[in-house]
Each structure stands twice: as structure tokens, then as C-alpha cells.
Design a protein around this ligand. Structure first.
Ligand SMILES: [Zn+2]
Ligand SMILES: [Zn+2]
Length: 96
């Protein structure tokens, strides 16, 4: 793991939407499919055990409070669209 996959859209991660926060291990940006903030780990693979993943979630929560409003969202850690690359969405309440 930790390699980049040339076919994975989350490895390429083009700047098509708003990027709220960027650092070497993760990025918080607007998802161009769901239009809500999401956190994406920079490295390919499943890294839920990585301490940086916890930091990523904390940052995502901070940004979700600012953009969606406090208490209006929940963290969706399921990799629906891109399995195999760790990311999490902050979704509006009422989304299912
Ligand atoms: Zn999305
Ligand atoms: Zn990837």
C-alpha cells in the first residue's frame, strides 16, 4: 500500500472544486459529485489505522461546521464511489 494508482481519481485529485485545506498527508475539498466537503488521504490504499486519518476527520469536522453549519451534518466514512482509497464525506443530515 501507500503507492499511487494511476487509474484512481483520488490519487490524481485535480483541483476542480474548492480546496479548503491541504497538507502532505491529506486534503479537504468539495466533492465534485456530492457537493459537500470531503477528506481524502493522499496515499492510495486503506489507511483508517493511520494517525493522519484521525487528524483528517478532525479537520473535516471543523470545515463541515463552517460550511454546512454546526450540527447539520454527519461523517460518512464509507468509500462508495472510490473503493480502495481512504476518504470520508461530511453529509447533510437527511441524506441517505
Ligand atoms: Zn462525493
Ligand atoms: Zn488512489
Amino acid at each position: 500500500m501507500a503507492d499511487l494508482d494511476p487509474h484512481c481519481p483520488l490519487c490524481k485529485l485535480e483541483k476542480l472544486t474548492t480546496w479548503y485545506h491541504e497538507e502532505p498527508s491529506f486534503v479537504i475539498l468539495d466533492c465534485d459529485v456530492c457537493w459537500v466537503p470531503m477528506g481524502v488521504m493522499r496515499k492510495h490504499g486503506n489507511c483508517e489505522d493511520d494517525p493522519d486519518y484521525t487528524r483528517m476527520l478532525n479537520k473535516l469536522m471543523e470545515i463541515a461546521d463552517q460550511t454546512l453549519g454546526k450540527g447539520n451534518w454527519w461523517i460518512d466514512p464509507i468509500q462508495r464511489s472510490v473503493p480502495g482509497h481512504t476518504h470520508a464525506h461530511a453529509r447533510h443530515k437527511g441524506w441517505w
